[in-house]
Design a binder for this molecule. Structure first.
Ligand SMILES: [Zn+2]
Length: 216
């Protein structure tokens, strides 16, 4: 019978782990703290010097609204007059710097030649410029040395030589005043100068002295 009861399978009763509410009621401590008697403290009255500064006078800031800006009058400056060099007009001095020259047109030169231009004396390296607007061409020859030809828009050809160096080589068209070379003594020049010629219409040279005398 017992065995049968065991076989019936009495399930193991899980121990209910209920939270035990422990009341930790502790008896009040009987010990009595005997407080030391408070020492009488002698409080010295602090001497407070109260300096009462008078309140600063209120500063009245008067904000005056700025006056409205005056109506802007747009003044358009007249356009700068363009330096146009027409045929028969003036030229830009071909030497941009200190220069001196005389009228030496027709003066005797080596090999029975006569002088066909104006020798413009200037320090080596002084810029030489296009006397008028036009197409610039640079050449080198044994006699003239380094030269420029300026085929002007005015139809005339201007020639400068004995340069020490070119400037704006291959530039094609240049405005009047454009640096196209520098004064030197290449070729048959004895001293640094720009030999300058003027060929009206690209033809035979004429005395350029009046032109440069007026321009330089
Ligand atoms: Zn010359």
């Amino acid at each position: 019978m017992l065995a049968a009861a065991a076989a019936a399978g009495l399930g193991l009763a899980d121990d209910a782990d209920g939270d035990a509410v422990e009341t930790d009621a502790r008896p009040a401590a009987a010990s009595r703290e005997v407080r030391a008697l408070a020492r009488p403290t002698t409080t010295l009255a602090p001497t407070t010097t109260t300096t009462t500064a008078p309140p600063p006078p209120p500063t009245t800031t008067t904000t005056t609204a700025p006056p409205p800006p005056p109506p802007t009058t747009t003044t358009t400056a007249p356009p700068e007059p363009e330096v146009t060099v027409s045929a028969g007009g003036g030229i830009v001095c071909p030497v941009a710097g200190s220069v001196s020259f005389v009228d030496s047109w027709g003066a005797a030169r080596s090999g029975g030649r006569t002088h066909k231009g104006t020798d413009m004396m200037a320090a080596s390296g002084t810029p030489t410029v296009a006397p008028v607007s036009g197409t610039v061409e640079h050449r080198t020859s044994s006699l003239g040395g380094l030269s420029w030809y300026l085929h002007g828009d005015d139809g005339d050809t201007y020639y400068g030589t004995h340069l020490s160096s070119f400037a704006n080589q291959g530039a094609g068209w240049v405005a009047a005043g454009t640096v196209i070379g520098h004064v030197g003594q290449s070729g048959n020049a004895g001293t640094p100068h720009l030999h300058f010629e003027h060929h009206p219409g690209g033809g035979s040279p004429v005395n350029p002295y009046p032109l440069v005398a007026a321009a330089c």
